[in-house]
Ligand binder design. Structure first.
Ligand code: SAH
Length: 214
């Protein structure tokens, strides 16, 4: 895989576009400037990697739109050393953004084929320290809980209690909620007494959060 001056230039352009759309977190912009997003798409579609659109990857899934990745990442309020659980590995790009920002990342994918190809890719491109797990994200990853932050990158019909349980007190969970065409971006903050604060950040579009593995 090659990362050329052309790719770097396209990344700078994408960063400018994200800035113009309101992304102002320097650490997120730096991740977008440095991570070769074209590695996460089929080679034939490399030119699409730096446009602000969602794009199909293997197994009928999508790599989230850059702006959506930036928004979800921002809502997580990442601090260096945060232990994060991502549900929906997909291409692996979101996981790499979190790793790039200094987090310790666990990510779960329900599709075996996609899990395997993304695991391989992350190792090849130097992001092998992302811990990839195969399984049903509805169950979370109790073996590695509690987490400081949890991010769901598929449209969820409801907030799975198992994920709330695996969040530490003071932790943050970001989830696109809703079964229809679009979802509401919800941020839950778990208070020290276990109660939840809920905030809504508007409409986004995701592939569905499905039960079981395949
Ligand atoms: N974060 C990804 C976006 C992937 S799209 C990226 O940066 O590219 C959502 C992903 O969630 C898909 O790969 C889909 O297979 C996966 N998914 C859906 N339901 C799931 C579940 N129950 N457990 C784990 N992954 C799931």
């Amino acid at each position: 895989m090659r990362d050329t001056h052309l790719h770097k230039g396209l990344r700078q352009q994408l960063v400018r576009e994200l800035k113009s759309k309101g992304v102002n977190d320097e650490r997120i912009l730096k991740a977008f400037a440095e991570i070769p997003r074209h590695y996460f798409l089929d080679k034939a579609f490399a030119e699409w990697a730096y446009k602000d659109v969602a794009f199909p990857i293997d197994a009928d899934q999508t790599i989230s739109q850059p702006l959506t990745v930036a928004v979800q990442t921002h809502l997580l309020q990442i601090e260096k050393g945060d232990k994060i659980l991502e549900i929906g590995t997909g291409s692996g790009f979101q996981a790499c953004v979190l790793l790039h920002m200094g987090a310790k990342v666990y990510t779960i994918e329900r599709q075996k084929k996609l899990f395997e190809s993304t695991h391989l890719l992350l190792t090849e491109i130097g992001y092998g320290s992302v811990r990839t797990l195969f399984g049903d994200g509805y169950a979370g990853a109790p073996r590695f809980a509690p987490f400081d932050k949890i991010i769901i990158t598929a449209g969820a019909p409801f907030i799975p209690q198992a994920l709330v349980d695996q969040l530490r007190p003071g932790g943050i969970l970001v989830i696109p909620l809703g079964e229809g065409e679009t979802q509401q971006m919800i941020r839950l903050t778990k208070r020290e007494d276990g109660t939840l604060k809920q905030e809504n950040f508007g409409h986004f579009r995701f592939v569905p959060f499905l039960k079981g593995t395949q």
